[in-house]
Design a binder for this molecule. Structure first.
Ligand SMILES: [Zn+2]
Length: 398
């Protein structure tokens, strides 16, 4: 099986972790299958009992948001100076183009990816971030078929879509970076923030219409960024949001974002921080999202109902499906994203009423590489697996 669900193998652990805060000397982590399905369900009931109105939820949500940033080591938020992107190698396909991009997110760390854009029009187009999961190797990461297809289809429909590498995947892997780093969660989360900074800075992108979608570890990145950054206006986390599973990789749960002296939460509640912005949970019957229609979705529904926008949250539960971002999941996501990003679907539906994907050109990894022998990494790029130093606000030129 292509996908490497290493996360499935992680056993429940509760242990001391990094980044102790002043009044929480033994930071607690909730990782992997930290608790049973029943415990997750009961935990949501307990959380729900703490709020019964919009203001009560908003107070709880604001605290969780702050504690996620704190637990991730991003409070205070590092400096975010203007981005000067490296963009090259434009390829033209059927109704969309692909370019290679790198941005320096922290000094010396270059985040690499692919920009998919409509070939027609000047915009402004909606923007979509498209993080990937933990599928490894040359067929995985940003190159994985399901990632290329959804990015190309959304671009041809009229969106600017950016897929970007996890640390130790894609170009980062080829450079020698591992997907293991003491600051993996802070770095990847900050990378998402910086790619969002770049996306909304583009003249052809409408900063009021910004989506994010990804599956598995890409689902974690999707709901985490949505929770902490209100510039995301619509989100579709796929096969990841669970009340009992916390993500088995350090990039998802290696920092104390779920529990501290000041908060107690799980991924179902973190996803609900998207409210009142439109969100679709896509779940399946073969992983930790198997109860979503009965457990995680009703929790989110209650939050949205309290805010008076119940119609903005949806669940596409595919009980007969597995852990991927397969065709039927993509179809649901296209419909939801188009509806909430103001994308006209005319001309993009096949005779059977589903979105056409037949035109997509699957690129080879050689084609998708941002840096190679002809286009080397910038001379100031950090050595692989170096420490990364988040710039302080004082060093910001703004
Ligand atoms: Zn990871």
């Amino acid at each position: 099986m292509l996908q490497i669900c290493s996360v499935l193998l992680i056993l429940a652990v509760t242990c001391a972790g990094p980044a102790a805060s002043d009044d929480d000397p033994a930071p607690r982590l909730r990782q992997g299958s930290h608790q049973s399905e029943e415990a997750g369900r009961k935990q949501l009931e307990e959380y729900a009992s703490t709020f019964d109105s919009a203001p009560q939820w908003q107070k709880r949500a604001a605290n969780i948001r702050q504690q996620i940033l704190r637990g991730a080591g991003l409070d205070p938020m590092p400096a975010r100076p203007p981005i000067v992107p490296i963009i090259h190698d434009r390829r033209i396909y059927d109704g969309y183009s692909v370019e290679s991009i790198a941005i320096e997110t922290v000094p010396g760390f270059y985040l690499t990816g692919s920009i998919y854009r409509p070939t027609e029009g000047d915009g402004p187009f909606p923007g979509v971030l498209s993080p990937h999961g933990h599928s490894r190797g040359e067929a995985g990461g940003r190159k994985r078929d399901q990632n290329q297809i959804r990015s190309a289809v959304l671009a041809r429909m009229g969106a600017v879509v950016i897929g970007y590498d996890m640390v130790g995947f894609g170009d980062s892997l080829l450079a020698g970076w591992k997907h293991e780093h003491p600051k993996l969660l802070p770095l990847q989360t900050f990378n998402s923030i910086r790619m969002l900074d770049y996306l909304v800075s583009r003249e052809d992108v409408d900063a009021e219409r910004i989506g994010i979608t990804g599956s598995s570890g890409g689902g974690t990145q999707s709901f985490l960024l949505t929770a902490i950054d209100d510039r995301i206006t619509v989100s579709v986390p796929v096969v990841m949001v669970s009340a009992h599973f916390f993500g088995g990789c350090d990039c998802e749960s290696g920092h104390p974002i779920h529990v501290s002296a000041h908060h107690d939460t799980n991924n179902a509640e973190i996803a609900a921080l998207a409210a009142p912005r439109p969100m679709m949970l896509i779940s399946c019957g073969d992983d930790w999202t198997q109860n979503t229609d009965q457990v995680e979705f009703p929790y989110a529904q209650r939050v949205y109902r309290l805010l008076g926008v119940e119609e903005k949250v949806e669940n596409l539960h595919l009980a007969g499906e597995k852990h991927d971002y397969g065709s039927s999941k993509r179809q649901g996501a296209y419909t939801f994203l188009a509806k909430h990003l103001g994308i006209d679907t005319d001309g993009h539906l096949g005779t059977d009423g589903s979105f056409d994907e037949s035109f997509v050109t699957q690129e080879t990894w050689q084609r998708m590489r941002v840096f190679d022998e002809k286009r080397p990494w910038p001379s100031d790029a950090l050595a692989p697996n170096s420490d990364v130093v988040f710039p302080t606000k004082q060093s910001d030129s703004n």
